[in-house]
Design a protein around this ligand. Structure first.
Ligand SMILES: Cc1ncc(COP(=O)(O)O)c(C=O)c1O
Length: 451
């Protein structure tokens, strides 16, 4: 049996159909000279649902087969292919896991995709400060102890959302968090937008499902080798019964014309994961590990060795100099820069980066940010309430009506529904004064709930 049933079906379709009298309007190529000139034969793969190509929301043909193979590969009860990125995966996982008005426990540095689910479900969110690494100050994710306390304090929590790993590749103690959550009858959702490749090399953290998570969102386009916007949602045994709710969520939030370029790329990426990717990953990790120096961030938790993060007071200027040599990284956030080494990377791809990082001095220890108590917020009510724009200098104690997030990386400094503290407002003003783009801040003004 083929391990690429969906790709095979598209191939058969391309051969069998001589006149495509249906959308997409380029008809597979001939109707669109500009695109045909740019992408050639690739266009003929750009189809959407047809009777012989299955239906993503109710699959019973090649998509069902391909998803079944994916579930088997990842050791999941069910796998869902997604063409709306990990965003759609996180939204669907939260929607599926939370029934009957239960709340979500999430680290304050979660991705903004949880907001879509909050609007759809009306759920409250209990925001937890992540633990910080003593040396580097970077987020280690929620600690098991803090998770346990929050679950006792808020017995209506139905699911915990954990970044596994963080953007910097740091993996929190998901096994301990899962055990604690399961003892309380709470489901664990792992946002593995950056962890699709975990488990494919012994130097990478273990995969989220093996660590006890019940619903796992894999950002296949970020670290799994598939095309941008493709992702997979996995259900573990404990969450197998939620498959219908996942389908419902994907139907509500996803497109009705899924791109088969993305779906086929998912299937091909899975083929690579079984076949060529482990060796390519091993080489890339060898290469990434040669980037050394006191500025490289190393933390007290398992970390993806392909995430080369370093700290310097001059991070932005150094990144600009590197860009002039043709080397572009993922982002610079204040004094922290992140470069992601892809599988397949070669020595020469990181030569400049290695040279620059080796020459950087140890950065000063970051100031300790005070721990905040968990905050309970109602993001939907805050987003839909009447709002007004106020100056950041005078907004202390008011309630944010929108996400405020320096981008990149787009991790919210404020969630809708969260009271604005003096420290947060000052921090945003400082970042804005450095010319940083901040989503939700315009001319030093933010949206707050009109009282
Ligand atoms: C932790 C995390 N979760 C989810 C997402 C959303 O992923 P996507 O861009 O695939 O929708 C991102 C995007 O950067 C992310 O960093």
């Amino acid at each position: 049996m083929s391990d690429t049933p969906l790709t095979d079906a598209i191939r058969r379709y391309r051969l069998a159909v001589s006149s495509r009298l249906h959308v997409p309007s380029h008809g597979g190529g001939p109707g669109s000279p500009a695109l045909k000139g740019l992408w050639g034969d690739l266009l003929s793969w750009d189809v959407t649902e047809q009777p012989d190509l299955d239906d993503l929301s109710h699959p019973d043909g090649p998509i069902a087969e391909a998803q079944g193979l994916a579930a088997g590969f990842f050791g999941a009860a069910r796998a869902f292919f997604l063409t709306g990125g990990a965003t759609l995966g996180v939204e669907s996982a939260i929607f599926a896991a939370l029934e009957g008005g239960r709340a979500l426990l999430a680290a304050r540095d979660s991705h903004r995709s949880l907001l879509g689910a909050a609007v759809l479900t009306g759920m409250d969110v209990v925001l937890l400060d992540p633990g910080r690494d003593h040396g580097s100050g970077v987020s280690l994710g929620p600690s098991p102890e803090d998770t346990e306390q929050a679950l006792f304090a808020h017995p209506d929590i139905g699911a915990v959302l954990v970044n596994y790993p963080s953007y910097l590749g740091v993996a929190p103690d998901l096994r301990a968090i899962s055990e604690i959550a399961h003892r309380q009858g709470v489901l664990v959702i792992a946002d593995a937008a950056h962890g699709a490749h975990f488990g494919l090399d012994p130097r990478l953290p273990a995969p989220a499902l093996a660590m006890g998570a019940d619903l796992v969102v894999l950002g296949m386009h970020k670290t799994g080798g598939a095309l941008t916007q493709s992702a997979v949602l996995l259900l573990g045994e404990r969450a197998a019964g939620l498959a219908d709710r996942v389908s419902l969520a994907i139907g509500l939030l996803g497109t009705s014309s899924p791109s088969y370029l993305l779906l086929a790329s998912l299937e091909q990426a899975l083929h690579d994961m079984r076949d060529a990717m482990p060796a390519l990953l091993a080489t890339a990790i060898d290469v990434a590990e040669t980037v050394r120096g006191p500025a490289r961030i190393a933390v007290s938790r398992p970390q993806d060795p392909l995430r080369v993060a370093w700290r310097s007071e001059d991070a932005a200027a150094i990144a600009q100099t590197l860009a002039l040599t043709g080397v572009r990284g993922e982002y610079v956030d204040g004094d922290t820069a992140l470069y992601c080494v892809p599988f397949g990377a070669r020595e020469q791809d990181i030569e400049e980066l290695r040279r620059v990082v080796a020459g950087l001095p140890a950065p000063p220890r970051p100031a300790r940010s005070p721990r905040r108590a968990p905050t309970r917020i109602a993001p939907r009510a805050a987003l839909l309430a009447g709002r007004r724009c106020v100056d950041l200098r005078g907004c202390q104690g008011m309630v944010a009506a929108d996400i405020v997030a320096p981008v990149p990386p787009g991790i919210p400094a404020l969630w809708p529904g969260e009271p604005i503290s003096r420290e947060t407002a000052d921090h945003l003003l400082t970042e804005a004064s450095k010319g940083r783009r901040i989503m939700g801040v315009d001319h030093e003004q933010v949206w707050v709930v009109a009282e």
